[in-house]
Design a protein around this ligand. Structure first.
Ligand code: URA
Length: 433
């Protein structure tokens, strides 16, 4: 078999066989197929797409390119949740403890933030002492004992995806449904959980800009997940506004605690209820309405917050902060951005707001960059709110005063004002099974 022929076949719009796809993934993972041929194939896939059989074959080949987590030592219903990425998305910190409080087994591996989006692992590390690297035996034992552990991606999981994703990032081939779907689902399959809940974002801050595109991606991912023997559900949600009001690592932990305490911003709370209910319903077959009621119950009786505290303690973190988030260390500088005009906020460019937060030190440009866990933004106003001139739009937090000016400029560029009240944003478009 020759890589040249595989590229040519896909370029001409023909269907690749499972053997050809395996040849590509194995060869590329081992370094036998060079980046230039892999990128040519990605571009051919970008233009010509893939059939369902091809996408399944690609996903399975990628999932098996490295270690597969074996969760068989965890009895019960294991469940994983994945978000296609966003700004202010701290849902894992909320839904994982809720699901565990309801009896699901959450053995979850999460990623770090890159560019304008945040990552759960960085958020957890903002809790002093919290260890995101656990030996596998500890990880399994913790899930068996308390139903919950969230760690960083360890070992040699989906090396094909690591290489391909980095290549796609620099060859303009990220926004391809079969490539995104195989990238995400291969990681979930390697993660080992029986149930998978996908939060597929659409809007300005997401890869999929419209609900239609997100629906197409969701359908493909649900199809592959189910074909691979995992019960897979996708929730299509809005990423046209940042989720909640807090952006930045420890700030997002604080907001997650607010939601688990029964408070928090309406959109964040509602999305977490939907996702956690979907996780519970997938695990135990309960109706969506009953699942929602269960979720609300463990928030209101404090069991979900206690579950988060249990996990923090088990992983070496300062559990006291979960009950006293006011004790999180604060940034040296805080700065209020004032509105220069009056009017309704018509739109918020979520990606720009993420960049504005990154500029304060909350994110990294390159993988090796270090981050300031305290840095970030608390939004005073969101899309649809009326603002009068001089009112606070947002507060910036940083240890580096010189970064405030650029961050403020970027933040203000992200907002569009109007005299007319905009239509209320839809939060959840659809649940696809
Ligand atoms: N997230 C992933 O993990 N992979 C993609 O291709 C896009 C988003």
């Amino acid at each position: 078999m020759r890589m040249y022929d595989i590229i040519q076949k896909k370029r001409n719009g023909n269907e690749l066989t499972k053997e050809e796809i395996n040849f590509f993934i194995e060869g590329y993972t081992k370094g036998e197929i060079p980046d230039y041929q892999a990128s040519a194939l990605c571009m051919a896939i970008y233009f010509n797409g893939m059939t369902s059989d091809e996408t399944v074959a690609l996903t399975l080949a990628m999932a098996h390119s490295g270690d597969m987590m074996d969760l068989s030592s965890i009895p019960g219903e294991t469940v994983d949740k994945h978000s296609t990425g966003g700004v202010g998305d701290k849902t894992t910190l909320i839904v994982a403890p809720i699901a565990a409080a309801l009896g699901c087994k959450v053995a979850k591996m999460s990623g770090r933030g890159l560019g304008h989006t945040g990552g759960t692992v960085d958020k957890l590390e903002s809790i002093p002492g919290f260890k995101v690297e656990l030996p596998p035996d500890f990880f399994f034992a913790q899930v068996n004992a308390i139903g919950l552990s969230v760690i960083g991606q360890s070992g040699n999981l989906t090396p094909a995806d690591k290489k391909l994703y980095a290549l796609r990032d620099v060859t303009a081939t990220v926004e391809s449904i079969p490539l995104i779907a195989s990238s995400i689902i291969s990681k979930k399959l390697a993660g080992g959980s029986k149930n998978i809940v996908l939060d597929v974002k659409c809007g300005s801050g997401a890869f999929m800009k419209t609900p239609e595109a997100a629906r197409e991606l969701a359908k493909v991912m649900v199809d592959i997940g189910n074909k691979a023997g995992r019960k897979t559900t996708a929730v299509i949600t809005n990423m046209d506004i940042p989720l909640g009001k807090y952006i930045g690592n420890s700030l997002e932990v604080i907001e997650a605690i607010e939601v688990l305490n029964g408070g928090g911003c309406k959109d964040l709370r509602e999305l977490c209820i939907v996702l956690a209910a979907t996780m519970y319903s997938s695990c135990f077959g309960a109706s969506y309405e009953d699942s929602r009621a269960k979720v609300i119950e463990v928030i209101e009786n404090g069991e979900a917050l206690n579950k988060l505290a249990e996990m923090v303690k088990a992983q070496g973190g300062d559990k006291g902060l979960i009950f006293h988030p006011e004790n999180f260390e604060k940034s040296r500088y805080s700065y209020e951005i004032k509105a220069k005009t009056s009017g309704y906020i018509e739109k918020m460019d979520t990606e720009k707001i993420g960049i504005s937060s990154s500029l304060l030190g909350a994110g990294r440009e390159k993988k090796e960059d270090s981050i300031d866990y305290k840095a970030g933004i608390i939004l005073g106003k969101k899309t649809g709110d009326y603002v009068t001139e001089g009112e606070t739009l947002a507060t910036l937090f940083t240890d580096k005063e010189e970064r405030i000016e650029k961050s403020e400029k970027t933040f203000l560029e992200a907002l569009t004002f109007s005299d007319i009240k905009p239509k209320e944003e839809i939060l959840v478009y659809e649940i696809i099974k």
